[in-house]
Ligand binder design. Structure first.
Ligand code: F3S
Length: 399
């Protein structure tokens, strides 16, 4: 592959051990994927932040890289951690876990990453523009950035996104190139999509059918950004979709033909299969989790309206970033929600927090991605349905 003069020097160690390590990772990746050269990136988003997933080996790896003097060259934000960094005690997070989690975030901060701890970095200032090359690793954010914003990123792993941040570049292959961005499946949607959970259900079905391919949707009449984020997140979870197009809605599909001539057609005329497969038998609902991907201010507003001051019986978590939580506080939504006994939980999510250790057993959610992952990752039984239904379950404990 062709490296620039500076890249060769970085690889030799002229900019320090930390940068050298980053370049070694990137060059290895470039060789695996046959990339001809590197491309400079505008931002990075790094997954692999929760101590629950990293463990001690991951923590040591990060501390060592930070010790080697590695510093990010582009704005870099972090994925959710395993707990709310400020209010972890109040939420019942075990002390030993909290200590290790704070060490992880400290190592990242030492390298210059911003501890935003969110899977919706585009809602808190890490907002690329159309055509920007970036290196992001949270699968739902990758899907949103490629599809809804029209930026360009592969589905990076935590270490490769961090390496790209430290080197300021990433190998030019995959979704960075025009030729890989066309829809390979034409998805004809013939059923009504109304709630966010419907978009999650559709995403679950499509991801399961097409794996890591690129879908082009026809028949979706309208979709707002929260619905598109739910659709992408579910496809990225049940499959490994990193890019999708929606006719007349997403930016690339508005600009030019983004469906390949040889695309295979799949018709989706019902969401029943998704609702059936993502729902299990549960006893009393003791946990309701909303905000996967992290909730926007509009979603929090909706929850406050649905709660109408009623007291919750189950633990109700609305997960979001600390910035959006702060906005909710300024609009008095936080106060309203807390009055009901619910929590707006920042910096973490239901999947990476130690839910099992907190003794929770039966969870309800309106997110296709959370419903898909929670049984295996959190050891809970899951109910999946609309936001209205989830809030009702939080109040009554019944589904
Ligand atoms: Fe975000 Fe956690 Fe869902 S990282 S997309 S809230 S599983």
């Amino acid at each position: 592959m062709e490296l620039t003069k500076r890249e060769k020097l970085m690889l030799k160690g002229n900019e320090g051990e930390g940068v050298q390590k980053a370049m070694e990772i990137l060059v290895t990746l470039a060789e695996i994927y046959n990339a001809r050269k590197m491309v400079e990136i505008k931002s990075a988003q790094v997954a692999g932040v929760s101590y629950k997933n990293l463990g001690d080996a991951g923590l040591e790896f990060l501390e060592e890289w930070a010790e080697e003097g590695a510093k990010v060259k582009v704005p870099t934000t972090l994925n959710p951690a395993g707990m709310d960094l400020k209010n972890w005690k109040k939420l019942g997070i075990p002390e030993e876990f909290a200590k290790k989690q704070l060490m992880v975030v400290k190592a990242y901060e030492k390298m210059g990453a911003k501890p935003t701890c969110t899977c919706t970095p585009y809602l808190v200032g890490n907002l690329p523009t159309f055509g920007d090359h970036i290196a992001w690793s949270e699968s739902s954010a990758v899907c949103y950035a490629n599809s809804v914003i029209g930026a360009r990123t592969n589905r990076e792993g935590g270490p490769s996104a961090l390496a790209a941040a430290i080197a300021g570049r990433t190998p030019l292959y995959g979704y960075h190139l025009d030729e890989n961005r066309k829809g390979k499946f034409l998805i004809e949607v013939e059923c009504k999509l109304d709630k966010i959970s419907d978009f999650g259900a559709l995403g679950y079905l499509v991801g399961k059918k097409i794996g890591n391919s690129v879908p082009y949707f026809k028949g979706i009449q309208k979709a707002d950004s929260d619905q598109l984020k739910a659709l992408g997140a579910a496809m990225a979870a049940s499959g490994a979709v990193a890019l999708f197009h929606v006719k007349e809605i997403t930016p690339e599909a508005k600009l030019h033909n983004t469906v390949s001539e040889s695309a295979e057609t799949i018709v989706i005329d019902s969401l029943k299969e998704a609702y059936r497969e993502l729902n299990a038998e549960t006893g009393e609902i003791d946990f309701v989790a909303i905000g996967c991907p992290h909730a926007s201010l509009a979603e929090i507003e909706q929850i406050a309206d649905l709660l109408k001051g009623q007291e919750v019986r189950a633990k109700l978590w609305i997960t979001t970033s600390s910035e959006v939580k702060e906005m909710a506080k300024r609009k008095s939504l936080l106060e309203k929600i807390e009055k009901s006994g619910a929590n707006i939980v920042a910096d973490t999510c239901m999947i990476v927090a130690p839910i099992k250790e907190m003794g929770l057993k039966n969870m309800a959610t309106n997110a296709g991605k959370a419903a898909f992952y929670a049984p295996a990752h959190c050891g809970v039984n899951v109910r999946f349905g609309s936001l209205d239904k989830c809030i009702e379950a939080a109040v009554t404990g019944r589904w």
